[in-house]
Design a protein around this ligand. Sequence first.
Ligand SMILES: [Ca+2]
Ligand SMILES: [Ca+2]
Length: 288
Amino acid sequence: MASKHSPHIWLLCLILVSLLIPLSFAGPSSQTIKAVAADPAGLVGHYPFEGNAINTSGLAPAGNGILVGGPTFRPGVFGQAIDLDGSGDYVNCGNGSVFNLTKQLTIAAWTKVNSFDKKHQTIISKGDNSWRLARAGDSDSIEFACNGTAATKWDGVGEVPWAVTGNTSVNDGKWHHIAGVLDGSALYLYIDGLLEAAKAAGNSVDTSNYEVYIGENAQVPGRHWNGLIDDVRIYNYALSQPEIVSLMGRSEINLPEPVPTTLYNIAKKYDGLRKYEEAKGVSELLLK
Ligand SMILES: [Ca+2]
Ligand SMILES: [Ca+2]
């Protein structure tokens, strides 16, 4: 996102806004995000894993998943989940044209890590040069990547400009809901319905001929998920946070306290949570 202003000016503006609306800091309660149903017409892939890998989105052709490596099924968040053993198990969902999502998309799933034992272990991917949700490198959190969406190229060092990375550890043996959203201007990563990271992303996603895999990457094999995955969904539009909450099967969630809601929304709109955290820290110091 082009800006004439330096980050410091931006930060000062945020602080100023925050001082003008002190009630947003003084509010004792957290913000509630109430669920809003997602549009079923935008659902191009839905894998509930009720003992199989059928795509129940109603898509034609079906786009049903093919089980590879002998995965099993175990109790999940909604009915059954697929259990991938980290050793050759994955689901091949094919390379139907509906998966060539370039302007807007949402990919989401419930996941439970058994073991993070390989880099970039994959939840769902369209090869390695298009869109994907995976373990962030060798960390305990998740990365949502959409190649081609950044105005800048990656020089191979430091932060990838077309990917957002979470801070929350999902390597705790518990169920976590993961969602990556591209709305045509930014990437968003949600973990358990909460926005973890956002980044400007105004360009189109690079397309790929590689097949969509759940639990592996067709282009760079050897990234097998080791754990459970349930209710994988692929939408051809950008879901809102209330719609993400609905995917989780919840009627509402609360943002963690204390959250200066207005600042949160401003930060989400502009340059992600990093600046929000910076601004919040400085603002809290000033208010003391
Ligand atoms: Ca299920
Ligand atoms: Ca296996």
